[in-house]
Design a protein around this ligand. Structure first.
Ligand SMILES: [Zn+2]
Length: 185
């Protein structure tokens, strides 16, 4: 018989992570692998997150594509590099922006955070238990998206810094960086 139940039917929670300022240094638009500076502690933190039974899923706004700064293919290369380096389960990205210069990506969408299109897509793809999940980010848009999607939220100081937040938000937790997040889970 083997296992009496199908493990795919068992819902697991996820830690949804913004990329820039959370896993990598915040430096505006990163358009190639050689500009992607992964925090030294990121791999170890992702390993711990997965050990605790969470999926680790990146949710990132990449409007540099709509602005013509890099291509979707460039981003795929960066995503693969990030996955190989720190072992995340998946990367979901929004290439759009309402003021984009590349026609194909110039639009108002539901996937750009604080929209929750990417979170909902990941929830469907991985059968995620949102009530036990977290959204981790360094910007107000990350926190708002997480709250709208019904997950707990953690604001990090390791990106832009909370002093420069673009809007007032009330996250469940505020931490210095990803290393402090692991203790909360
Ligand atoms: Zn989008």
């Amino acid at each position: 018989m083997g296992l009496a139940y199908n493990v795919m039917d068992k819902k697991r929670p996820a830690v949804f992570l913004d990329r820039d300022g959370v896993l990598t240094e915040e430096k505006g638009y990163v358009s190639a692998i050689n500009e992607l500076c992964i925090f030294a502690y990121a791999g170890e933190c992702i390993a711990k997150i997965r050990e605790k039974g969470y999926y680790s899923i990146v949710i990132t706004n990449q409007s540099g594509i709509a602005r013509g700064l890099f291509t979707e293919n460039d981003l795929h290369e960066m995503n693969q590099y990030l996955q190989d380096a720190i072992g995340i389960d998946a990367v979901y990205y929004c290439p759009h922006h309402p003021e984009g210069t590349v026609t194909q990506y110039k639009k108002t969408c539901e996937c750009r955070k604080p929209g929750i299109g990417l979170l909902k897509q990941a929830q469907r793809d991985f059968n995620i238990d949102m009530s036990r999940s977290y959204m981790i980010g360094d910007r107000a848009s990350d926190i708002v998206a997480g709250q709208k999607a019904g997950v707990k939220t953690i604001l990090l100081e390791s990106g832009y810094g909370t002093a420069k937040l673009e809007a007032e938000v009330s996250p469940d937790y505020v931490c210095n960086d990803l290393r402090d997040v692991v203790a909360i889970l």
